[in-house]
Design a protein around this ligand. Structure first.
Ligand code: CP
Length: 321
């Protein structure tokens, strides 16, 4: 694995899961693999879980870690070629990226969709510039269209909690006051479609995801019907994907908030969310505080997914022999 940006880079998900459970049994088993290797974690956007879990995973592997918050203390970056740089942006990303690459061995990147150009977002312009110009292995810590470390942690969590071989997993849109990218639902759908689960997506009309991500999932516009018999409810908000509403909020309907009445329609389902979550918009206090809420173990598994990915990047790019 040269880079990690999606489920397609990890190989067979069953093998990746085996590796995850092996690491979870002893997170320090490979604590010299990253000796004298440096991770640079670059954040264009805010983070709590990704920032901490990725650093912890790198430390467990014996790596050194540097964190750069691009918008706090670094020069403002121009991303377009051909621009006369007479404004507030002091440095071009085409110099900044190879300079960052010179200071580290692996780069983690967080760069959200900007909702200015659907084409730029869905071509992963910033992520691909890091891949093309850093000269180092790059992994996504949530890019414009995917959040693969989150989805891998979600898969680990479902495997840990599932009571039947082929659980019914429901990805449910829920309301939010701000316009949020499709990266988490896209990526979750992509990873669920790589399994044999019974996978359903429910959302109001107009919130259809890019079919390249929703794939073979069953789409159900009636949320209550979708919840019937579910083993896992994965709630998330996202802004519209389809034109002409790309990046826009077209509903804040709180009838879609996940509450106890809806959870009672399920097969005593576990409640999941990637966090941070807006209580009583996405999910009620009662549901997120219930015994069926597994949002904390889900977040804890972010260390494991990051550690599997970093281990593979170290082994495939730096191990001798
Ligand atoms: N789930 C997740 O990626 O959380 P952060 O945005 O806090 O990193």
């Amino acid at each position: 694995m040269k880079h990690f940006t999606s489920v397609h880079d990890i190989g067979n998900p069953d093998i990746a899961l085996k590796e995850a459970f092996e690491i979870k049994q002893n997170v320090f088993k490979y604590n010299t693999l990253g000796k004298n290797k440096t991770l640079l974690a670059v954040f264009f956007n805010s983070s709590l879980r990704t920032r901490l879990s990725t650093q912890k995973a790198a430390l467990n592997l014996g790596m050194n870690v540097i964190v750069l918050d691009v918008n706090q203390g670094a020069w403002k970056l121009e991303t377009e070629r051909g621009v006369v740089m007479d404004g507030d942006k002091s440095e071009h990303i085409l110099e900044a990226i190879p300079v960052m690459g010179a200071y580290c061995d692996i780069i983690g990147l967080r760069s959200f969709a900007q909702f200015e150009s659907k084409q730029d977002d869905y071509e992963e312009k910033i992520l691909n510039q890091f891949i093309n110009y850093s000269g180092k292995p790059v992994f996504s810590m949530e890019a414009a269209t995917r959040h693969p470390l989150q989805s891998f942690a979600d898969l680990i969590t479902i495997e840990e909690y599932k009571k039947v071989e082929r659980p019914k997993v429901v990805l449910s849109w829920a309301p939010h006051p701000r316009s949020l990218p499709q990266a988490v639902p896209n990526s979750f759908a992509e990873w669920m479609n790589a399994t044999d689960y019974d996978f359903v997506i429910t959302h109001p009309e107009g919130y259809e995801l890019d079919p390249r991500f929703s794939g073979n999932a069953r789409i159900e516009y009636n949320q209550e019907k979708a919840f019937e018999g579910a083993d896992f409810i994965y709630a998330k908000n996202w802004a519209a994907y389809a034109d002409p509403n790309y990046g826009k909020i077209i509903s804040k309907d709180r009838a879609w908030t996940v509450d106890s009445a809806k959870m009672s329609l399920t097969n005593n389902a576990y409640f999941m969310h990637c966090l941070p979550v807006r209580r009583n918009m996405i999910v009620t206090d009662e549901v997120i505080e219930s015994a069926q809420s597994i949002v904390i173990p889900e977040a804890a598994n972010r260390v494991i997914s990051a550690q599997v990915v970093l281990k593979k990047l170290l082994e495939d790019n730096y191990s001798e022999g």
